[in-house]
Structures are given as C-alpha cells and as structure tokens.
Design a protein around this ligand. Structure first.
Ligand code: GDP
Ligand code: MG
Length: 440
C-alpha cells in the first residue's frame, strides 16, 4: 500500500500537475493527521473534500514530491479557513460595550474575562467593569473579584440571591452610571452541554444585548467541539471564539472544528494561567500544529521561492538580450502581484534597483496588474512573441477578450515597448528612463 506511488514519503519529484491519484494518496495521510489532532470527523471530511478539489490539477513546484505539494496546499487552506477574517474584539458601539463570555465549566471563562479586561485596560486604555453571573458555584464570584483586585479592575459588587439575568441588568446599569467603556459578563458554565445553560445564556443575551458573544473553549476539546460550538451558535448566537490552553500539548483540532461549523472567527487565544497569557489568534501557528507537518510545509515554501527566483532570473536574462516579449512581461507582472507590488525581478537588473521605490510609489496596484495580465491572456502566442503585428482589428479583439477598452491595450503595448527599450539600454550598461512603466 504505502510503497505505492504517491504518499508523503514518496521521494520521486515530478514536474507537472497533481493527479487525482497523487492527491488521494496524500490526502489519506492528511486525514490521519487531522484526526490525530482531534478535528471532528465531519469537519475532516468536508475539509478534505474541499481541498481535494482544489489540489487536483495544481502545479507541482520543482524539487518537491506530489505528496509534499498536497500537504502545502492543505496547510494553506487550513490557515485560510482558520483565520481569513479580522480577529479583533469589536468595541465599535455606544459605551458601555457589553461583552459576554459563554462556554462549559472549566473552559477558562473567568480567567479569560480577567485577561481580556487587563488587555483592554492596559493596552487599549478602556475603563472596564467585570461582572460574574455565576450563581451556582459559591466561589465563582469571589474568584473574579480577587482577579479584579489584583489587576485593579472594578468588579460589580456581589448581591446575594439575584438571578443571572438580573445581575446582567444591574451590571449594564452600573457600567452606564459609572462611565465605563466596556462591561464584561462572565457567565456560568455546566460540565456538559445542557438546555438550562443554553436557556440561561439566551436570557442573559436578551437582557444585555452584548456586542460580542465569545465562546470560550478549551483547545483540548476533542470530537465534542463541533456539538459545543454548534449548540452555542444556534441557541445563543456567537460573534467569536476564544481558544484556551493553547499552551498545552494538544494539537488543537477543536479550532478547526469550531471554526468550520460556526464560521465564526477565532479572536483570541489563552496561552497560560496568568492574566497576561492572552494573545491574538495566529492561524498559521495553529494550522501548523493541527497538521503536524511543518517540515513539509517549509520545504515546499523554500522550493517555491527558489523557483520564483529562477523564473525571475530567466526573464532578466532575456531582457538583457533584448528578447523581452509579452509572455515575459506577463510572467513579470505575475511576479509583481505575488510580491505585492514591484519586486524581485527589478532588483536583478543592474542599475535599476534604485528606481524601485520610485516605481513602487506610482499607482501600479494589483488591480492594474491583473488587468494587464488579462490583456496579455487574450493574445495569441504569435501576438505575444511579436507585438508588431497588432493592428486595429487584433487590438479590438484583445480588448473585448479582456473586457477592456482598446486604449488599455495600447497603454500596455506602450509600456512593453518602454520596458523592452529600457532593458536593452540597461543591457548595454546605459541605464534608462522608467517613465513608461510609472505611467501605466
Ligand atoms: P471557567 O469555569 O470557564 O470560568 O474556567 P476558569 O477561568 O475558572 O479556568 C479553569 C482553569 O483553567 C483554571 O485553573 C485556570 O487557571 C485554567 N486556565 C484558563 N485558561 C487557561 C490557559 O489558557 N492556559 C492554561 N494553562 N490554563 C488555563
Ligand atoms: Mg468561571
């Protein structure tokens, strides 16, 4: 089985694109890694199905195996799934902004409440009031009060005999009267998912209208993570997730499970018992842990960047020889989009490095670059090799193909001429004006 072609251990590198067989072989390993990391079964299935489709046909970077390439694609998708949107706590509301913590007992709600209060106070200079709504465990309210005393952050005075929703109302009132910016509501959990907890959380939410409802969940949660997150999201409604005990040695598959079923962002992570152990969520760190194949990922990254450099050098060489055609230009534009603007290639050209900043300052953004690439994509091979044959009718066809006006095609051709001329001049050691490029 495993001796067969494919699989991560396959040392045979190959040029070309990933076949179904490549992807399926590697996906078996990936699936096992995800399950070992405690990603829930249903999420493993939907995630791998999605990535499988994406991976088939993808180009294999030189000097890595198809299996390694699949792992890299899986990793990138994992990072994107875990953290494609902004992760910040949203305080954009009329103060006092209520933030509510929910979750199972022992998940870290009270600790996280104190951590967040500390961050908002010390880093963000907000006035914070904390309130414990945990009326079930006698020591719970005292626990928050002690944390508050240590941090010099106010907690709502304890009044015996009140129901959680009443306390929530009192907390909001007190925060309004006291001129607080934020009021943190630390609710009571239960050891397991139960209806009473859900009903209580929903009631508190109705009373407090929290701007954020954060599910605090232990990163060591296993297969239950899906049910947990789904239940809280459907029955109470979440705005985000806080992952605790990231300092533990679990692989953190719960992060993917919860994110996948709720679609809600993971906003923060707890990395220790102390109140300063709170960090912004790092998708790549968690993705690396979940997949547990960091070596493969960095190997492929290295190979890919090497390949980009190789391609850039080849184009630079053509430029020097004055053979810079539109296909080469397309390659260069593509490199620029990858590098988030003008980059590598220019640096390889003698005498041009110093003009880089000038070009960067011009308005060559991704949108422009993508339009330019679209124009070249609408040309035939022959046209790319020999732009001189581009007369009016061909230009019209190309413009239509790219969904742009003929002027845009003309602009691109002018830019190409300028670049080619300049490259020739540089090749002869004279240096040349970059005006054409900067205007495009
Ligand atoms: P609650 O029942 O949800 O309020 O949970 P607590 O905040 O009382 O936390 C339960 C236990 O977990 C406490 O001993 C905390 O110190 C510990 N804890 C909470 N967050 C973290 C974390 O990020 N890392 C570690 N190592 N321990 C944590
Ligand atoms: Mg608590």
């Amino acid at each position: 089985l495993s001796e067969k072609l494919g699989g991560i251990l396959n040392r045979l590198t190959r040029r070309g694109s990933l076949t179904e067989a490549d992807v399926d072989a590697a996906m078996r390993e990936v699936r096992r890694a995800l399950l070992e990391a405690d990603v829930s079964l249903e999420v493993v299935k939907s995630f791998t199905d999605k990535v499988r489709e994406q991976a088939i046909g993808a180009t294999v970077v030189k000097s890595v195996t198809p299996g390694q390439m699949v792992v890299k694609i899986v990793h990138d998708e994992l990072v994107a799934t875990l953290g494609s949107d902004a992760q910040i706590i949203d305080l954009n509301a009329v103060p006092p902004v209520p933030i509510m913590m929910v979750g199972l007992q022992g998940s870290g709600k009270t600790t996280t409440t104190a951590k967040l209060a500390r961050r908002l106070t010390q880093r963000d200079k907000r006035r914070v009031l904390m309130a414990s709504l945990d009326v079930y465990r006698p020591a719970a309210m005292e626990q928050l009060a002690i944390l508050g005393r240590d941090l010099e952050i106010d907690t709502l005075p304890i009044v015996e005999g009140q129901q959680p929703a009443q306390i929530a109302r009192r907390a909001i009132e007190a925060a309004k009267l006291g001129g607080y910016d934020v009021v943190l509501l630390d609710t009571a959990g239960r050891t397991t998912l139960d209806d009473e907890m859900m009903a209580e959380a929903a009631e508190i939410k109705a009373v407090a209208s929290p701007h954020e409802v954060l599910l605090v969940a232990d990163s060591l949660t296993g297969q239950d993570a899906v049910n947990l997150a789904r239940a809280f999201d459907t029955q109470v409604g979440l705005t985000g997730i806080v992952l605790t005990r990231v300092d533990g040695d679990g692989r953190g598959g719960a992060a993917l499970s919860m994110r996948a079923v709720t679609g809600k962002p993971i906003k923060l992570m707890g990395t220790g018992e102390k109140t300063d152990a709170l960090e912004d969520f790092h998708p790549s760190r968690i993705a690396g842990r979940i997949l547990g194949m960091g070596d493969v990922v960095s190997l492929v990254e290295k190979a890919a960047s090497h390949l980009d450099a190789e391609k850039a050098a080849a184009v630079a060489e053509k430029m020097r020889k004055g053979q810079f055609d539109l296909s080469d230009m397309r390659e260069q534009l593509l490199q620029m989009t990858k590098m988030g603007g003008i980059g590598g290639l220019m640096g390889l050209m003698p005498g041009i490095a110093k003009m880089k900043s000038q070009i960067a300052a011009s308005r060559i953004d991704d949108k422009v670059l993508n339009r330019q690439i679209a124009i070249i994509d609408s040309m035939t091979r022959q046209e790319r090799k020999n732009p001189d044959i581009l007369k009016a009718s061909r230009k019209k066809r190309i413009a239509a193909g790219a969904g742009l006006k003929v002027e845009e095609v003309n602009k691109l051709l002018k830019m190409h001429r300028n670049m080619a001329d300049m490259m020739k001049a540089v090749g002869r050691g004279k240096g040349g004006p970059m005006a054409g490029l900067a205007q495009a």
